[in-house]
Design a binder for this molecule. Structure first.
Ligand code: AMP
Ligand code: ZN
Ligand code: FE
Ligand code: FE
Length: 287
């Protein structure tokens, strides 16, 4: 069973439409895919409609959250699966983040324009379309205008957190987001807990606090994690009754990753589904 529980479409900052994402996953031999666009469920209906009968689909979203520690705020990505997409708190928070992402994207672009870079706000907004604006959309504009050769290069130079154009956005408090997803009948899994910013705040002690607050699992097998990260996270999960997932975090041509590059064990998926309220069931076969 090839189970990939973290993938982006152009409903956020991937480059494939939700239907293309499903078709590509089926062609890659994926048995179960989760669509997890940033701060939106906007791709769910199109993905569900494109699903071949033999493929399982888990509907999810990657929530932008933050943790304040020692006077600094760090960003943490939280995967929510199988929650009620009409839950008023989630609908309101996704709507707030859409506005917040647009404000912040326009602020980053304004700094670049002021500095003489040949991109425009309209160009970036056209690339984003109806998606919540993300830095990869700005990266694509920089690429189209010949400033960089790839989105990866854009992140290394113009879009990084330490770059002079960087503007932060105000994300949801992590504990609030975990409770919000649980309340909406879903399960929550921390995405890439040993990614760049997350490492500082997601100590073993704090992960234990999150587990007690209802966190369901952590992503252990992720392209950004090395062998030591995976060993450490596996041990933390075992001590705190957290499930451990593996996923590609596919973003189409915005990132050099393959669908199914990392995957989740079938018994973990079964346990995830069992811990939901059933309000948004998996579609198709998942075991
Ligand atoms: P934002 O949500 O606007 O803060 O942008 C962060 C997004 O950019 C995340 O979803 C990452 O997947 C993506 N990202 C981070 N680093 C890179 C990179 N080097 N190349 C392409 N995308 C990246
Ligand atoms: Zn992304
Ligand atoms: Fe992420
Ligand atoms: Fe992601």
């Amino acid at each position: 069973m090839l189970i990939d529980l973290h993938a982006h479409s152009d409903a956020s900052d991937g480059t494939d439409t939700p239907a293309e994402l499903i078709t590509l996953a089926a062609a890659a031999g994926i048995d179960v895919l989760a669509i997890t666009d940033h701060d939106t469920t906007g791709g769910w209906i199109e993905a569900a409609a494109a699903r071949p009968p033999a493929m399982g689909l888990i509907r999810g979203s990657e929530f932008s959250t933050q943790v304040a520690l020692d006077g600094r705020t760090s960003s943490v990505h939280l995967l929510g699966y199988l929650f009620d997409p009409t839950d008023p708190t989630i609908v309101a928070e996704h709507a707030r983040l859409k506005i917040e992402r647009r404000r912040r994207g326009l602020a980053i672009v304004a700094r670049m324009v002021d500095d003489g870079l040949p991109i425009t706000a309209n160009q970036v907004m056209a690339i984003a379309g109806n998606a919540p604006v993300g830095r990869p959309h700005i990266g694509r504009a920089l690429m189209a205008s010949g400033v960089v050769a790839s989105v990866d290069e854009a992140f290394a130079t113009h879009l990084a957190g330490r770059a002079k154009y960087y503007v932060p956005k105000v994300d949801t408090d992590l504990l609030t987001a975990i409770r919000m997803i649980t309340h909406a009948g879903g399960v929550s899994v921390i995405a890439h807990p040993r990614g760049r910013g997350e490492r500082r705040v997601l100590t073993a002690e704090f992960l234990a606090v999150l587990a007690a607050a209802g966190l369901t699992g952590i992503e252990v097998d992720h392209p950004d994690h090395d062998a030591d990260d995976r060993a450490e996270l596996t041990e933390i999960a075992a001590r705190n009754d957290l499930l451990t997932t593996g996923s590609s975090d596919y973003h189409g041509s915005n990132k050099a990753l393959r669908l199914g590059q990392e995957c989740t064990r079938p018994e973990v998926l079964t346990a995830l589904v069992e811990r939901t309220s059933g309000v948004t069931p998996p579609l198709g076969p998942v075991s």
